[in-house]
Design a protein around this ligand. Structure first.
Ligand SMILES: [Zn+2]
Ligand SMILES: [Zn+2]
Length: 384
């Protein structure tokens, strides 16, 4: 089927600046795949990293977009979860098979039968000049009018949830919010910090507030993001450009902690690090109390994330470092809960959405995203 899609002719540095909307051929959905008519796709910084080749080097043309919401347009053989006309979100993380040992243990990420993410090279998209297009994020692409997706990448979207909210749920929101609910498991009154107050960090703040964390401390180098953090529930903000982060944070947590005199032991009970790079991970661990937990969410290339300066003695008394990919969620258990939180006003996902663009204006949408916009929406087929 001929459709419109936004393609970068060659992946690499600043590739997003060359993105063009053109007609491409989309293959028919394969076994257990669904063709989704895309209504909205929100932009994630991972899209830009991927198009620049920072998630792995590819030579040829590429297509991105992985925060997808739309309508099932056609089902391939073997599909049982959805029917044509169903409203869905489509995400990189996949529902597990539900029958293998990891699935039964609640560890769908390690499903033996359905890998949680799989890069499909080549993709089902072909340019009219015959070049196959690489999908940069997973087995679906959102910067297009249609995508094919394995049915286990889908979660049904309730009728009252706008498509753009479905898109935001599909990665940015779940990555921050889910990390807090599924990894931190905050007890009311515990302290929380997030390093990096972009879309993921702000979603983490929403999770911390809903969990009853106090104080909630946002750390970011951009004042505009720290202002946003306050609106989402941060009680304190720290800008490393003008403040000594560790001293400030220990002052805050020392004030809130019962008793005095523990001095250096203080830090936060839970610290989410939503920024890439190893030096930030070191900082986040230093902001975490000696009994606390650091949860790694932001990341870049494997070779840039080695933590060489960890001393085992730091962790002897129970301090922990763990991580969370895509909020460590169980797709079809957690998304319905998040939809209900949204519906009841427990989380303000609308406030994460910065500006709306059309597919034809995707270059501007990406450019705006690189300048600190929280989450831009590309409205492709409509948003109701
Ligand atoms: Zn994303
Ligand atoms: Zn399984």
């Amino acid at each position: 089927m001929k459709i419109k899609a936004a393609i970068v002719p060659r992946m690499g540095d600043d590739a997003e600046k060359d993105i063009v909307v053109e007609t491409v051929e989309l293959d028919e959905p394969a076994y257990r795949e669904v063709r989704v008519k895309i209504m909205t796709c929100t932009i994630c910084h991972s899209d830009i990293h991927a198009l620049r080749g920072e998630h792995g080097a590819y030579d040829g043309p590429g297509i991105a977009g992985h925060e997808i919401a739309g309508i099932v347009d056609k089902i391939g053989d073997g599909v049982t979860y959805v029917r044509e006309g169903d409203r869905v979100l489509c995400t990189e993380i996949r529902a597990g098979c539900g029958t293998c040992k990891p699935c039964l243990l609640g560890q769908e990420w390690f499903c033996e039968n359905i890998p949680p993410m799989s890069f499909r090279v080549p993709s089902p998209y072909t340019r009219l000049n015959g070049e196959r297009v690489t999908q940069t994020c997973s087995g679906a692409s959102g910067f297009a009018e249609y995508t094919n997706a394995h049915e286990n990448m889908l979660c049904k979207l309730d009728d009252d949830i706008p498509f753009e909210i479905g898109s935001a749920l599909a990665c940015g929101f779940m990555s921050g919010f889910g990390a807090v609910l599924n990894r931190c498991k905050i007890k009311a009154g515990e302290s929380f910090a997030v390093v990096g107050a972009g879309g993921v960090g702000l979603s983490a703040i929403m999770g911390a507030r809903l969990s009853g964390a106090v104080p909630i401390i946002a750390v970011d180098v951009m004042d505009v993001k720290l202002e946003a953090a306050k609106k989402f529930g941060a009680t304190h903000t720290i800008n490393p450009k003008t403040q000594d982060v560790i001293a400030e944070l220990k002052k805050i947590t020392g004030t809130f902690a019962a008793g005095t005199g523990a001095g250096d032991a203080y830090g936060v009970d839970h610290c989410i690090v939503a920024v890439a790079g190893k030096t930030i991970k070191r900082l986040a661990s230093d902001l975490t109390a000696k009994w606390g937990q650091t949860v790694i969410v932001g990341h870049e290339l494997w070779e840039n994330e080695y933590l060489h300066d960890i001393n085992a003695m730091e962790y002897l008394f129970g301090k922990r470092i763990t991580g969370s990919v895509m909020g460590a969620i169980n797709l079809r258990r957690d998304i319905p809960i998040y939809m209900d939180y949204y519906r009841r006003g427990y989380v303000d996902i609308d406030a994460l959405l910065t500006h709306r663009f059309t597919l034809d204006n995707i270059k501007e949408a990406l450019e705006d995203s690189t300048k600190g916009a929280l989450k831009n929406v590309v409205i492709i087929g409509g948003n109701s």
